[in-house]
Each structure stands twice: as structure tokens, then as C-alpha cells.
Design a binder for this molecule. Structure first.
Ligand SMILES: NC(=O)c1ccc[n+]([C@@H]2O[C@H](COP(=O)([O-])OP(=O)(O)OC[C@H]3O[C@@H](n4cnc5c(N)ncnc54)[C@H](OP(=O)(O)O)[C@@H]3O)[C@@H](O)[C@H]2O)c1
Length: 264
């Protein structure tokens, strides 16, 4: 047992499903899991280009009940139960500006993207894991769930906080059934939407996206590493958590934020 924990991470023989696995953090996670030997299935609304199509692909809009049902059916028909479920679909859609700017539609859209797909997919795929007494579920949240910034992300932050709470409860429910449930909360990650968002905030200042991020976070206590993460850095953590080397880890929420969350 002790020796096996020191070996390189291997996921040979495992099947992993990564939602939103065609771009950004999800793409890096899919590559990390595949490199460790897993068979990887990715989902997104749009099929990736030839050059980026090394994994099995399922097209579906996960903000809808029908989209989730499509993913569940294709996974169950082709793979049975998955061993590793990475729920990464999400993102900031609602505008900043505080409570008075946010409509019902903004709030509902944020929950539809950042909370409900995960709940629906877990409800459908966890029974397969429980039946074989083995599985790992990783929810990709955000430090916004612990550190909301009303000027920037009130509804997004609240949807991620709900995800964190749900994830904790689920982890504790299924821990003695052989299924580990973990949350990973990145700070700023240099993905396309994040870089575009930083560029738009930077305007004509000439500052790089990393500098804009640093200046933004400086207003709320700062990011000690003074930069965003690369998607591969998040993938590296997820690869470890999904592996047998993390066999005693469940129910925890891992910040990967360059030190940005300043509370203990
Ligand atoms: N980037 C950051 O700074 C950061 C920080 C903290 C947390 N996060 C979290 O990390 C996760 C990934 O973020 P990212 O920046 O890597 O995003 P991204 O680069 O925009 O990638 C999002 C992925 O999800 C898919 N997707 C988007 N909407 C979808 C929908 N309605 N149904 C199905 N698939 C959908 C996209 O493909 P299609 O567009 O083809 O559907 C793509 O594969 C999110 O949960 C986000 O909240 C990101």
C-alpha cells in the first residue's frame, strides 16, 4: 500500500468523463487524464476541430435537461459506468455591477450553467459508481464561491457557493459507498474567456491580462503569486485527486489560486 502511493499516477483501465473538455481547463484535464492512461470522453456544445479530437466526444448543451439526458444515454450505452467524472462546465455570464443590475434571467442562467448540470449528471451517473463501490467525482468550482466580488461576479459566485455546499453534502453521503467527491476551486486561470475578460477590463492601458488580473485582485487583498494559473496547473491537481494516490481524500474543497484566498 505505502509503496503504491509513491508510484507515478496511473489511470490505466479507467474511463473518465470530462464535461466542457474541449477548451480551457477541461481540455487540459482531459489531456492529463489521457496521459495517465484513462479512456477519456469529453462533452461540449461544439465538436472540436480535427487537430483537437483525440478523445471520444459527445455534443450536448448541458444547461438543458435534454442535453444532460443525451450525455447520460451515450455514456451508459457505450461505456456503462464511468470511473472518473469531472464536472467542469461553467463560467461567468451575468454582468457585474451589483444586485440592482441582476435580473431573474441572469440568476436563473447562472444556476442553469454552474449548478444544475452537475446535480443532474451526478444523479444519473452516481448509481453506477455506487453499484461497483468505486468512483471519483470532481466538481470544478471557483474561489468566487468563497470570495464573492459584488462588483464583478455576484450571481456566479453565489452559484459556485451552492455547488460547494451541494458537493460537501454529496461527498459525505457517498463516502462509505466507495465514491470520493471533491471540489477544486481555481482562482484566475489563463483560459480564452478569462484573457478576453481581462483585456476588456484593461481597455487601452496596454497592461497584459496577468497584470490586469493582479491589479483587480490587489483591490481585494492581492494574489501573492502575482499571476493567473495555467490550465495545466489545475489539470495537474485534478489528475492527482482522481488517482489512487488520493485514496483517502474526499469531501474537501481545494483552492488552486496562487494564494489569493487570504483566510485560513
Ligand atoms: N478560467 C478561469 O479563470 C476560471 C476560474 C475559476 C473557475 N473556473 C471554472 O472552470 C470551469 C472551466 O472554465 P474555462 O475558463 O476553462 O472555460 P472555457 O475555456 O470557456 O471552456 C468551457 C468548456 O465548456 C463547454 N461549454 C460551455 N458552455 C456549455 C454548455 N452550455 N453545455 C455544454 N458545454 C458547454 C465549452 O465548449 P462549447 O463552447 O463548445 O460548448 C468548453 O469546452 C468553469 O466551471 C469555470 O467556472 C474558471
Amino acid at each position: 500500500m505505502a509503496n503504491s502511493l509513491l508510484q507515478d499516477i496511473t489511470l490505466e483501465g479507467k474511463t473518465a468523463l470530462v464535461t466542457g473538455g474541449t477548451k480551457g481547463i477541461g481540455k487540459a484535464i482531459a489531456e492529463r487524464l489521457a496521459r495517465a492512461g484513462a479512456t477519456v470522453v469529453v462533452t461540449a456544445r461544439t465538436r472540436p476541430s480535427e487537430a483537437n479530437s483525440e478523445h471520444q466526444f459527445i455534443a450536448a448543451d448541458l444547461t438543458t435537461v435534454e442535453g444532460t439526458a443525451t450525455v447520460v444515454k451515450e455514456v451508459q450505452d457505450n461505456f456503462g459506468a464511468v470511473d472518473i467524472l469531472i464536472e467542469n462546465v461553467g463560467g461567468l455570464r451575468a454582468p457585474g455591477g451589483g444586485f440592482s443590475v441582476l435580473t431573474d434571467e441572469h440568476w436563473e442562467n447562472e444556476l442553469r450553467l454552474n449548478l444544475l448540470p452537475t446535480i443532474r449528471l451526478d444523479r444519473a451517473l452516481l448509481p453506477g459508481m455506487i453499484a461497483k463501490k468505486s468512483g471519483v467525482v470532481i466538481h470544478i468550482s471557483s474561489i468566487a464561491g468563497r470570495m464573492p466580488l459584488w462588483e464583478v461576479n455576484m450571481a456566479y459566485a453565489a452559484s459556485k457557493a451552492a455547488l460547494n455546499s451541494y458537493s460537501k453534502a454529496l461527498a459525505n453521503e457517498v463516502a462509505n459507498k466507495g465514491v470520493r467527491v471533491l471540489t477544486v476551486s481555481p482562482g484566475g486561470v489563463a483560459t480564452e474567456p478569462m484573457i478576453q475578460f481581462m483585456e476588456s477590463l484593461g481597455g487601452a492601458s496596454g497592461a497584459s491580462p496577468h497584470e490586469v488580473y493582479k491589479n483587480l485582485v490587489d483591490r481585494f487583498g492581492g494574489v501573492p503569486m502575482e499571476r493567473m494559473a495555467e490550465p495545466e496547473e489545475v489539470a495537474s491537481l485534478v489528475g492527482f485527486l482522481a488517482s489512487p494516490a488520493a485514496a483517502y481524500l474526499t469531501s474537501a474543497n481545494y483552492m488552486i489560486d496562487g494564494g489569493a484566498v487570504s483566510v485560513i
